[in-house]
Ligand binder design. Structure first.
Ligand code: HAM
Length: 450
């Protein structure tokens, strides 16, 4: 062998990225089915926007002082010399699509949901990935506080239904009319306490003092507990809005905590903000989901009319991690009810035909067509727990038949090829796992041409 042979390179997952292996599939399937079901029940239509957008979209929306944009966004110049970014979050793309496709002309509000990958060049640590998946719900075109309450309730119900104990922390950060007065007061307070602020928080104080309230620095905790609270500075409109949100939540029996520190890490929020936190893990832990109102974002991104909006999004990986950590059972994937086994060259061809025939009739069929030994195939059938094995050997080829073997009691019966479909139909009538599940792809939102 040549000593100059190039050394084989081995490839590894990029830091902060995650492979989703088949053993996790049922969690993903479970959650995405729940999301689609929720969306249908509450009247939301699916929207999917591209993973790649103009970088300036996020600069203008998520905000030039947010960590997401300043430190975490994957930005690059594409071969066409355009500055593009991998989306760090879903909301700006949905808003862009709403404006660009003139959805303002549809009956308002328009309710969207989405589920897809987001990219943040975060410092890798537990619960933080550089590619993560969010499902989100956005309502655009209505300012009523009842929508904020309904969305909070949806997040609450979603996690309650999947048996994760969560709490909702709510706050109001006011609007562009009343927030400046609050930010001034907060800046004064934090400046007076500057010696307690670490370097990161001193930087935040310069760029966006609200974000200091989000600090995870335990030494700052006693100081922040004394900080002025945004709810004490709300204008009448924001105050009335917040009171109504809380009244609706009481009506809906949603338990919530008023938390003056929920200011959120993105710049577009106004009025109501909230986070969904696992009850067992409160206190500086990453939240499962979060959201809020963003009444001014559409105008910032070019909508002509005033277009209020509200929404929230949750992290799928974090949710799955918590489901697993709490040993919460999720349904197993549907299993095949039939197994096709074959022996011999001609039988292999016929088995291929039988598989196609039964699959097109809607049966969920397992096989191992690349294998030769009948014993190995029947052992696989046994392991899979199928009800019947359909065997094609030399004799069956000659007679144009199929041997049906009941895997529970070992009884076997020979059936004419022409009668195999009705025969299977009779046997699996009462059986579970016989027909495969329809793969339900929710239709995409029909976008109206302008
Ligand atoms: P966000 O709070 O930045 O909000 O992200 C929503 C959720 O995504 C978080 O609560 C968390 O579960 C998950 N998440 C965020 N970053 C990571 C990460 N690096 N690794 C794993 N999971 C992560 C938003 O993105 C807003 N767009 C939500 C929204 C919708 N507001 C209004 N409408």
């Amino acid at each position: 062998m040549s000593s100059t042979k190039a050394k084989k390179q081995s490839y590894q997952l990029l830091r902060g990225m995650k492979d989703i292996l088949p053993e996790e599939e049922r969690y993903w399937r479970f959650l995405s089915e729940r999301v689609v079901d929720f969306a249908r029940r509450f009247g939301y239509s699916r929207i999917e926007t591209p993973v790649l957008e103009q970088a300036s979209l996020y600069l203008r929306s998520s905000g030039p002082s947010s960590d997401v944009v300043t430190k975490e966004m994957y930005v690059f110049t594409d071969p066409g010399n355009e500055r593009v970014a991998l989306r760090p979050e879903g909301t700006p793309g949905v808003v862009r699509a709403y404006i660009e496709h003139g959805l303002l002309n549809q009956p308002q509000p328009v309710k969207f949901f989405y589920m897809g990958p987001m990219f943040r060049h975060d410092r890798p640590q537990a619960g933080r990935f550089r590619q993560h998946t969010q499902f989100g719900f956005e309502v655009i075109g209505d300012q009523s506080p009842i929508l904020d309450a309904q969305l909070i309730m949806m997040g609450y119900r979603f996690y309650k239904d999947i048996n994760l104990a969560i709490q909702i922390d709510v706050n109001s950060i006011g609007c562009s009319v009343c927030r400046p007065r609050y930010v001034k007061k907060l800046t004064q307070f934090l400046t007076d306490n500057k010696k307690s602020l670490g370097l990161d928080d001193q930087e935040r104080l310069k760029k966006n003092p609200l974000r200091v309230l989000d600090s995870k620095d335990p030494n700052l905790e006693p100081v922040l507990q004394q900080a002025p609270q945004s709810v004490d500075f709300l204008c009448d409109e924001c105050k009335d809005h917040f009171v109504l949100v809380l009244e609706y939540l009481d009506e809906l029996d949603v338990t919530y905590n008023l938390n003056p520190r929920i200011v959120r890490g993105l710049d577009y929020y106004s009025k109501t903000t909230w986070e969904i936190i696992e009850t067992a893990r409160t206190g500086g832990q990453d939240s499962l989901g979060g959201g809020g109102r963003y009444d001014e974002l559409l105008h910032t991104l070019g909508a002509r009319a005033k277009t209020p909006a509200v929404g929230f999004a949750c992290g799928v990986e974090r949710t799955i991690t918590r489901l697993r950590a709490n040993d919460i059972a999720v349904p197993t994937l549907p299993k095949a009810g039939l197994y096709i086994a074959q022996l011999g060259k001609e039988a292999k061809k016929k088995a291929l035909r039988l598989f196609t025939l039964l699959d097109s009739e809607g049966y969920h069929v397992a096989e191992n067509l690349s294998k030769d030994g009948l014993k190995t195939q029947l052992e696989s059938a046994d392991r899979l727990g199928v009800k019947y094995a359909l065997i094609i050997g030399q004799q069956e080829i000659v007679d144009n038949t199929v041997l049906i073997r009941d895997m529970e009691n070992g009884n076997q019966e020979t059936v004419d090829w022409a009668k195999i479909v009705p025969e299977i139909g009779k046997r699996l009538e009462k059986g579970v796992n016989s027909k495969r599940l329809e793969r339900q792809q929710p239709p995409l939102l029909p976008v109206q041409p302008q």
